[in-house]
Unconditional design. Structure first.
Length: 149
């Protein structure tokens, strides 16, 4: 988990220049999730949004199977990932809590559809300074294909 000290929406070029891991952790996680689902289409894979409770920050979207997850870290054991994420967020924001919300894949690249979920607002690929999908696919090339049927 990373925290930026600038507004990624107003400083788009600075956000774009971040290293891949930070870029996909702090505002482009939905793009990475979309690219993953695009490449490895399976009903067993779900995009999941960590939706912070009202008044808190700490949104994140990752890919989940029954046992593992994928995000900017790569693959992680699902329960260890969730435990780590919740523990770290609770240290930064005392009282932090959240819910997990499954998202349809078409929400990941649609600002309008994302806004139908209370508290969610995702950028579309064309709202980045450059197309982030090739960057996400190149990032995915670093990892093996998942073991799903």
């Amino acid at each position: 988990m990373y925290r930026l000290n600038f507004d990624k929406r107003s400083e788009a070029q600075r956000f774009w220049a971040l290293p891949n891991r930070v870029f996909f952790a702090c505002g482009a996680c939905h793009i990475l999730a979309h690219a993953f689902l695009e490449r490895y289409n399976s009903r067993k894979l779900k995009a999941v949004w960590i939706r912070p409770a009202t008044g808190f920050t700490g949104n994140h979207i990752f890919i989940s199977s029954e046992d593992w997850v994928f995000d900017y870290h790569g693959y992680s054991h699902r329960e260890r990932f969730l435990s780590h994420t919740f523990s770290k967020a609770s240290r930064w924001w005392p009282g932090w809590s959240s819910t997990l919300v499954e998202l349809p894949s078409d929400v990941l690249t649609s600002e309008a559809k994302s806004k139908t979920y209370d508290g969610l607002w995702l950028r579309e690929p064309q709202q980045f300074p450059h197309d982030p999908l090739p960057r996400a696919h190149a990032f995915l090339d670093r990892f093996p294909a998942p073991a799903v049927a």
